[in-house]
Write a protein that binds this ligand. Structure first.
Ligand code: BGC
Length: 491
């Protein structure tokens, strides 16, 4: 390994490493921001009440639609919650989310989504008289919800930049687009992917307390008591009344008090459509990992006295967001000592013919970025558990980084042990079961969203209209569900 590259590796290790002490310091600040977000004054972390006020019991029944507006795909599901406790049937279709839509207009967005729903209904229910199908809409962006069937977009995240949507309720223009196309759907609940993840996981696991997404974006939701939610005090909901809080923790430390941001994190933020927002998310979410890697390599390439990719055409590497997190996963997964697969990957994706020491630097860099991301996520989990006084529970997690990034789970679990001072054995290895375990979640944006819709109608049926906007329509939908269940039982 040439001395200049070795020196760079040491510098990077120093830049990206996060000590146990720093993790603890971040967690402490995190706890205080969670509290702050619940006050009427608020703070960086929005801590949005969701009006999802119960866990499923397993006896929810009926047919519901779920719509998941993700970054790359749009997924429509029809879910039948069956009589058997905790069971369901699902049919689903995926539609591509055109890239242009992400920087287009609101009208184009809602029109496109309504077209997809129309196609889905026509395909699966041609000629049927459906009444109005209740929909759980997974809208995974920060939204202020005064009601569950309503949500004012606080700001776009994950690189979305659609004009004319921020600051407005997203449900009316969406329902308008459905109406224009005669699509028989009623939004029963607008829900976040983290809320859906928590609900879907709690459906089958009574120890579930937190739902997390570690994917293109990063966030968590947990069940709070209304007595702890200062900003809802005026609604007199009863101090023990449960309410899921969508933390929107991506916004943690927007003030830059504790996160050890590097020069590369600063560039990512500055060049993003919403500078100053989502500080924590920009250090850990899948959307940004490849970009971090690219920025570091480009920086080293242009560094005087360091020879990397010399005499190579780096024009592809100069293009922002050319690499996604799967590029890093692939590097970390390369099983060959001489990094053959990484070499091929560089050639194929970037047209760079990298030398062995350069590849070694890249491998170390991918590891450092992946380790830092995983370790930072543990701070958020530890903070929620600390705030709630939970010393043992399950956390349901979903998202591409959690499911596909090599070693992410192990690195996250290890950081959690360090933060919460769980003992390790003398050989440094952990042998017992962790009291707080992060487990792969059930399908939150499909089944979870359907369950949120079901829970909402159940609540309306029981006469609990707190946080319900369109009372008339949801009462009708609830009545239809009641009849459907009755018929299901008879059959
Ligand atoms: C959004 C959250 C979402 C998370 C994971 C973030 O960018 O603001 O609402 O839960 O991504 O999808």
């Amino acid at each position: 390994m040439p001395a200049d590259l070795r020196e760079q590796i040491l510098r990077l290790e120093d830049t990206f490493a996060i000590s146990t002490e720093t993790l603890k310091k971040i967690t402490k600040q995190f706890v205080s921001e969670l509290y702050q977000g619940l006050t009427p004054e608020g703070g960086d972390i929005p801590m949005n009440p969701t009006w999802c006020m119960a866990f499923p019991t397993g006896d929810e029944t009926g047919t519901f639609l779920a719509l998941d507006m993700g970054g790359t795909n749009l997924r429509v599901c029809e879910i039948v919650l069956t009589e058997e406790n905790g069971e369901f049937e699902i049919i689903q279709s995926k539609y591509r989310m055109p890239e242009e839509l992400k920087s287009g207009t609101g009208e184009e967005l809602w029109g496109y989504i309504a077209d997809c729903l129309q196609q889905f209904i026509e395909y699966h229910h041609e000629g049927e008289n459906l009444g109005k199908l209740p929909l759980g809409f997974t809208f995974s962006y920060p939204a202020t919800q005064e009601y569950i069937d309503h949500g004012v977009l606080q700001r776009w995240t994950k690189g979305f930049d659609i004009e004319g949507v921020e600051g407005k309720d997203v449900v009316p223009p969406f329902e308008e687009a459905l109406k224009e196309r005669d699509v028989p759907i009623k939004v029963a609940a607008l829900t976040n992917d983290t809320t859906g993840t928590l609900i879907a996981s709690a459906y089958t696991d009574p120890d579930m307390r937190i739902g997390c997404i570690f994917g293109t974006g990063c966030n968590a939701a947990y069940m709070e008591h209304c007595g702890e939610i200062g900003k809802l005090a005026h609604m007199k909901l009863g101090k023990d009344t449960p309410m899921i809080i969508n933390c929107e923790w991506g916004a943690f430390d927007n003030k830059h008090a504790v996160l050890p941001r590097t020069q590369y994190d600063v560039i990512i933020d500055k060049e993003s459509p919403r500078p100053g927002q989502q500080s924590y998310e920009k250090m850990i979410a899948g959307l940004y990992l490849g970009e971090l890697f690219r920025l570091v390599l480009l920086d080293i390439h242009t560094h005087e006295g360091v020879k990397i990719f010399e005499d190579q055409d780096v024009s592809k590497l100069r293009k922002p967001y050319t690499l996604d997190s799967s590029f890093l996963s692939a590097i970390e997964e390369d099983p060959f000592e001489n990094l053959t697969e990484t070499h091929e990957l560089f050639q194929r994706t970037l047209s760079i013919d990298a030398k062995k020491p350069e590849l070694e630097l890249c491998r170390r860099l991918a590891e450092l970025i992946g380790i830092r991301a995983a370790r930072l996520t543990a701070c958020g989990i530890a903070a929620i558990c600390t705030k709630k006084g939970w010393s043992a529970c399950h956390v349901g997690a979903d998202g591409s980084v959690f499911n596909k990034y090599p070693n992410f789970k192990q690195r996250q679990a290890r950081a959690l042990r360090e933060i919460l001072d769980w003992d390790t054995a003398e050989d440094g290895k952990w042998k017992r079961k962790d009291p707080i375990e992060v487990l792969a979640a059930e399908d939150g944006s499909g089944v979870g969203a359907a369950l949120v819709a079901a829970l909402t109608l159940k609540r309306v049926q029981e006469g609990n209209l707190a946080g319900i906007k369109d009372e008339k329509a949801l009462k009708e939908a609830a009545e239809e569900k009641r009849k459907e269940t009755e018929e299901m039982k008879k059959a």
